[in-house]
Design a protein around this ligand. Structure first.
Ligand SMILES: Cc1cc2nc3c(=O)[nH]c(=O)nc-3n(C[C@H](O)[C@H](O)[C@H](O)COP(=O)(O)OP(=O)(O)OC[C@H]3O[C@@H](n4cnc5c(N)ncnc54)[C@H](O)[C@@H]3O)c2cc1C
Length: 380
């Protein structure tokens, strides 16, 4: 079914992104997987190509493009190439909006040009070793001291952390106010007391420099508060929606890519003198997956357009996130099965996709939390 949400400009953008990934990402990705990090040079190249923080305002050197179809195309093309390492989407569409939408003019002047060029890489630390789904239960504290805050605590599983130049951290600034006493502070690389661990040994997503962040008596100027003190929970509640939509878009694209590789494999691989795709079981599986991915894509495309129009509700984003990531799990798992033993070999893209996919029902708010949100909106 032909997708109808893109026009000629989007198609041109997609082909330039595809070329960029072929030239600058794909040839190096295996090496980055081994190194467990995407080097800064790749970020600078993405910046030079205009792929970072496209929504940044023109007065700070950005393109001012608010159309979510562009980041969606970048995410889709990275999945299509099976290049999951670059945390460009997390940087541009998950963390940058906190600075672009709620930052002061001074903060924007300081960070936005580098965010666009790739010189200033962003990360966000909300999750803690003892608090993930329950973001209001964090313990990292920021105590006022003159014009500064003194921050103590730890953050777990911070994507882009090793490369990060600015990490936005959620902290308790007013313990009396519970979840309304949480603030977001931007902490810069090199600040004394800020320590980033090595890239974590994850099950998959190996080229991504996810790490722990430790904060010991870190002195952060009050001028680094994002939004106002106490607004952290409110801002995260708003911005997590875009994160979830991006995860959903990526999950759908990963499913589409895996299915395409599998269709090709099922045509080529022979067993009992016939292509394996012609066995009734394979044909039914392929037909089911094609149907589900097509239906999913139609829904996701509608979500993207509603998001652009500002009319997509949080519970609808939650539906997209849980359903698309769930679809990704069952699609890619079935694709592995259709590859037989080769599906378990790391050199095959499908095996890599199988390892990389497992975090998506967990990250950005677990799928159980998504269903909680939907259930609550239904009045339960
Ligand atoms: C690869 C990766 C990258 C990540 N990147 C980042 C990042 O950049 N920044 C960041 O801040 N975080 C990041 N995270 C953390 C992620 O957002 C959390 O792991 C996630 O929110 C779940 O929190 P948790 O791990 O503490 O699990 P828990 O909250 O302990 O949940 C454990 C289980 O209990 C279930 N559960 C919890 N509460 C409920 C409930 N009320 N009802 C039903 N079930 C419930 C959960 O669904 C889950 O199945 C990342 C995680 C991964 C795996």
């Amino acid at each position: 079914m032909k997708r109808t949400i893109f026009d000629g400009d989007h198609d041109l953008f997609r082909s330039s992104v595809r070329g960029f990934i072929e030239r600058e990402i794909k040839p190096h990705h295996d090496h980055w997987v081994a190194e467990r990090i995407v080097p800064r040079e790749a970020w600078l190249k993405a910046g030079a190509q205009g792929l970072l923080c496209m929504s940044a305002p023109e007065e700070y050197g950005g393109a001012g493009v608010e159309d979510f179809r562009y980041p969606a195309i970048l995410a889709e093309e990275l999945q299509r190439a099976n290049c999951t390492g670059p945390g460009f989407g997390i940087h541009s569409n998950i963390v940058a909006p906190y600075i672009i939408r709620y930052g002061t003019a001074e903060q924007k002047k300081r960070w936005v040009p580098g965010m666009i060029s790739g010189d200033t890489i962003l990360a966000i630390g909300m999750t803690e070793p003892d608090a993930g789904s329950d973001l209001g239960a964090i313990r990292t504290s920021a105590i006022e001291d003159g014009d500064n805050y003194v921050v103590n605590g730890a953050k777990a599983f911070v994507t882009n952390a090793v490369n990060a130049d600015v990490i936005i951290v959620s902290c308790v600034t007013d313990p009396e106010k519970g979840q309304w006493g949480i603030s977001l502070l931007a902490i810069e690389r090199g600040t004394e007391g800020l320590q980033v661990g090595p890239p974590l040994a994850k099950v998959g997503w190996h080229a991504q420099d996810t790490a722990q962040v430790f904060l010991n008596d870190v002195v952060v100027p009050q001028g680094n508060v994002i939004g106002k003190p106490g607004q952290g929970t409110f801002l995260m509640g708003k911005e997590l929606n875009q994160e979830r939509l991006l995860i959903a878009v990526s999950a759908l694209a990963a499913s589409r890519a895996a299915l395409d590789w599998t269709i090709a494999y099922c045509k080529e691989r022979q067993a009992f003198g016939q292509p394996i795709g012609t066995f009734q079981n394979s044909r039914f599986l392929l037909a089911e997956m094609e149907t589900e991915v097509t239906i999913g894509q139609t829904f996701l495309d509608r979500c993207v357009m509603e998001w652009n129009a500002g009319s997509l509700r949080a519970d609808e984003v939650a539906m997209a996130k849980w359903w698309a990531t769930d679809l990704q799990q069952r699609t890619i798992d079935r694709c592995v099965q259709l590859h037989g033993g080769y599906g378990y070999m790391a050199e095959y893209p499908i095996a890599q996709a199988w390892l990389d996919m497992r975090w998506t029902p967990i990250g950005g708010g677990t799928n159980e939390i998504m269903k909680e949100m939907i259930g609550r909106m239904m009045g339960f």
